[in-house]
Design a protein around this ligand. Structure first.
Ligand code: GLN
Length: 390
């Protein structure tokens, strides 16, 4: 057989999605891959029924159905505080996964460098590698997951084409401060670098923290490729509806990449999701409150189970320290956890570039009853871990 592409040697399949398969195999409560076990809003489900009857069932415009882009521009304007032209400044994609990949492919030539904060959502490394780009990792240091200013500037000195910014951050739950964002912006300007954002948790930010859209910082719109999706905001991760917002010239080119990657996002789902995009501000307030409550419920359970964690400020993940269990291989530990304790988690090593194997990630986007059941099981962890061997 001829050789396959050498690009594939440098990464594995997604460990996050693998942990879902492992959780299913052992019947574990799956707190690994982040998706809800509760329904999307009723209005959206009703709109989907209407779309099933009335269509559209054929391709929409490759860069997104007209009414979807218009509703999205309107909604994002409300939150980002920026006028967005639905005709020229939006590309609708199959999830923000495609959005991010299309962005990296659009701005990078093979050999170009891309700054990625570590820990990072595992797709970014794959985005860079498949685009022929080379990641430069800059650590976010626990427990605050803040970066060292000098280290970040050193990375910029290597003349990267782009920096990837996940805010609110997966897996840490960090919400970047205005000061941090302004500093990144000053370097992006000084070294003439694009910033590709992943802001899929834009509406899951707990008080007193606030999400600041990078593109809304003074002078940043033209160098920012703002990626996000409807997955987390409307609990429709399986619909695969994402998008990029940006400057006209950038979007024109992203649309080309997207056209040849996937042609377009599912037309009937875009149609139904317009209803979600038109929900009033109250919906987002409720979503925030829902996740604040779920976070507090789950963290209380972790306290009761005697586990140490870093309190998340946003998104729906929490990093838990399992160093007390003598973990050498966190992937094996997570497999053991799924099998023996009955709770699925993601090993931290799939997020960290550094050699860190004592942190694991849980998510709390689950019904209260599911979280309570998981907590009951986690309370047995300390006892069971006495017999943990690798
Ligand atoms: N963002 C989710 C997570 O980190 C997973 C998304 C996906 O699998 N596409 O768990």
């Amino acid at each position: 057989m001829p050789e396959l592409s050498s690009k594939l040697i440098n990464f594995t399949d997604s460990v996050i999605r693998r942990m879902t398969r492992i959780s299913n195999k052992y019947g574990a409560i799956n707190l690994s891959q982040g998706f809800p076990d509760f329904d999307p809003p009723k209005e959206i489900r009703e709109a989907l029924k209407v779309a099933a009857d009335k269509g559209p069932h054929q391709y929409s415009i490759t860069w997104g159905a007209q009414n979807f882009r218009e509703a999205l521009a309107e909604k994002q304007k409300r939150f980002m505080g920026i006028d967005i032209d639905p005709e020229t400044q939006i590309a609708v994609t199959c999830g923000s996964t495609e959005a991010m990949m299309a962005c990296v492919m659009t701005v990078c030539d093979p050999g170009d460098k891309v700054i990625v904060f570590s820990p990072f959502y595992e797709n970014y490394a794959a985005d860079a590698i498949l685009s022929g780009a080379v990641p430069i990792y800059v650590p976010l240091n626990p427990p605050e997951f803040s970066f060292d200013k000098e280290q970040l500037e050193d990375a910029f000195k290597q003349k990267p084409k782009a920096l990837i910014l996940c805010n609110p951050s997966n897996p840490t739950g960090k919400v970047f401060t205005l000061e941090e964002l302004k500093y990144i912006a000053s370097l992006a300007e000084k070294y003439d670098t694009f910033v590709i954002t992943d802001e899929v948790y834009e509406h899951i930010v707990m008080d007193p923290y606030k999400h600041i859209y990078f593109a809304s910082l003074p002078g940043m719109f033209d160098r920012t490729l703002s990626c996000s999706s409807l997955s987390k905001t409307y609990s429709i991760t399986g619909w695969r509806l994402g998008y990029v917002i940006g400057n006209k010239r950038i979007i024109e080119n992203i649309r080309k990449v997207h056209d040849f990657l996937t042609v377009g996002a599912a037309a009937p789902l875009q149609e139904a999701a317009v209803t979600g995009l038109k929900l009033p501000d109250e919906y987002y307030e409720k979503l925030k409150n829902l996740y604040t409550r779920k976070r507090d419920l789950f963290l209380k359970g972790l306290d009761e189970a005697g586990l140490k964690y870093v309190k998340p400020q946003g998104a729906y993940y929490v990093i838990v320290d399992v160093s007390e269990f003598n973990v050498k291989n966190d992937l094996k530990f997570c497999e053991w956890l799924a099998k023996e304790v009955g709770v699925g988690a993601v090993p931290g090593s799939s997020f960290f570039k550094e050699d860190i194997n004592y942190l694991i990630r849980f998510h709390f986007a689950k019904k209260d009853e599911t979280l309570l059941k998981a907590i009951e099981r986690l309370k047995t962890l300390k006892e069971k871990a006495k017999f943990y061997k690798e």
